[in-house]
Design a protein around this ligand. Structure first.
Ligand code: GRF
Length: 213
């Protein structure tokens, strides 16, 4: 007799946040489609953004997913924006929230609701080169290797517990865009792998260590 499939209820609900081209989002969509939601262990239930008109949202719409946009400029204060973002995400009852090229720092309210289940991907080997220009900064520093880091978000800038990292060599002829493209190839595979393992296996955060059994 074939092994029983796990019940659909074990499939974890993901909300993915984007600000740009959404190729990391696309990698998750493709992996879930190819693997199947039950085998992968998670499904994307909605995609949110901080701006309109981006390819990341178009990818979500093509996949038939609900989308939402919460713009900073539509709110009187940064705290108001943060609370509205938290509310919009909470509407979709996610188990995990994935920041896949989401170029905003969330605040207290968001972290109060989603801390410990908010995953970010960063295009450098943290704790080196945090912030918005991780690729450019590694190149300018003259580092010989860089890469990407998938980590939980805490209240610092790219300081939360590290889940997994991928290494990319820096070539003499690299400019920011060529290097970023090579990092993103590694980053997409890493994110797909990490999110699936978190969803299927569960995890514990012990101080700075993330344990995926
Ligand atoms: C990724 O390299 C991410 O780490 C960085 O922005 C890029 C997003 O790429 N913050 P995409 O929108 O998923 O194509």
């Amino acid at each position: 007799m074939a092994a029983a499939k796990p019940p659909a209820s074990v499939v974890k609900r993901l909300v993915v946040l984007v600000s740009g081209s959404g190729t990391n989002l696309q990698a998750l969509l493709d992996a879930i489609e190819t693997t199947g939601t039950e085998e992968y262990g998670a499904e994307i239930v909605a995609v949110g953004a901080d701006r309109e008109g981006i390819e990341g949202l178009a990818r979500a719409e093509r996949a038939g997913l609900p989308t939402f946009v919460v713009r900073v400029k539509d709110h009187a204060t940064r705290e108001g924006w943060d609370a509205a973002l938290a509310e919009a995400v909470a509407d979709h009852r996610p188990d995990l929230v994935v920041s896949a090229g989401f170029m905003k720092i969330v605040g207290k309210e968001f972290l109060a609701r989603f801390g410990g289940r908010f995953v970010n991907t960063h295009p450098a080997l943290l704790p080196s080169f945090p912030g918005a220009h991780g690729v450019r900064d590694a190149l300018a520093y003259g580092a010989r290797v860089t890469g990407c880091t998938v980590h939980f978000v805490d209240d610092g800038v790219d300081t939360g517990p590290i889940i997994a990292q991928g290494v990319v060599e820096i070539r003499d002829e690299d400019d920011e865009s060529a290097l970023h493209e090579r990092i993103k190839e590694v980053e997409r595979r890493l994110l797909v792998d990490v999110v699936g393992r978190l969803a299927r296996n569960g995890y514990r955060i012990e101080g700075r260590k993330v344990v995926i059994p």
